[in-house]
Design a protein around this ligand. Sequence first.
Ligand SMILES: [Zn+2]
Length: 280
Amino acid sequence: MKRFIFIIILFIFCLSGSKIVCQDFCFAEADEVVSIPILMYHSVLPGKTGNYSVTPDMLEEDIKFLQKHGYQSIFVKDIISFCEGDGTLPDKPVLLSFDDGHYNNYHYAYPILKKYNFKANLNVIGAFSQFSTSSGDSDHPEYSYLTWDEIKTLHESGLFEIGNHTYKMHDYSPRFGISKKKGEDEESYKNALSADIKKLEDYLSTKCGITAEVFAYPFGEYNDDGEKILRQMGYKAFLTCNEGINNVKKGDSKVLSHLKRINRTGKLSSKEFFEKYGID
Ligand SMILES: [Zn+2]
């Protein structure tokens, strides 16, 4: 009998203990749908605000707002694990996603992310980074792009997850982003797309020690054949420019095909931006 009472007491203790752990770490329960805002940034430059440019102060205000409201930064790979049925997500996850690989991300955004220990996804364009590296014209915040060494440093900091944004398909012609050219047959399209993607993969792997599994569609332009080719190459998550907040369910990976992002325009203050999209 004493042993039975002891087991009951131990059981109650364990229950209350697990509740404390849950309150401390606030992980989402299985089966629960988790809302994930993904905020898309481009340039970070002092005194320059536009649709694709915020100032360092605005980025810092965004992070302070998010931390104050209980948001925790995650990587895309955390969403992948959750959708594949493993891993956990915080109750209030947020993903900062930087496109194009501007040098100003290294110069201005990186120190801010370090200061607040905030993670980010960064999708680089191979041809731009190769030009910066080979020309040596690489340290102008207004127009330079990241060199391979800088990408490696960001990756090794543990604060940045690097994604593929194509080697040289971030263009309006001869095709718009990765879209098919008019009249292009399936095989030619597959050869062109896979050769381009592989070229950036080779640079990332040899120069930076990175294997990317995240793909960001240039201009948010996607198609089913393209996704199929990219999946065969090992990509698991695809970032679009479709505006909205993602509702992600554990074990359900459909959402990974078209992750939505909200463009962080520099035309709104942090407060106005978060209010507009109901992020609180
Ligand atoms: Zn882009």
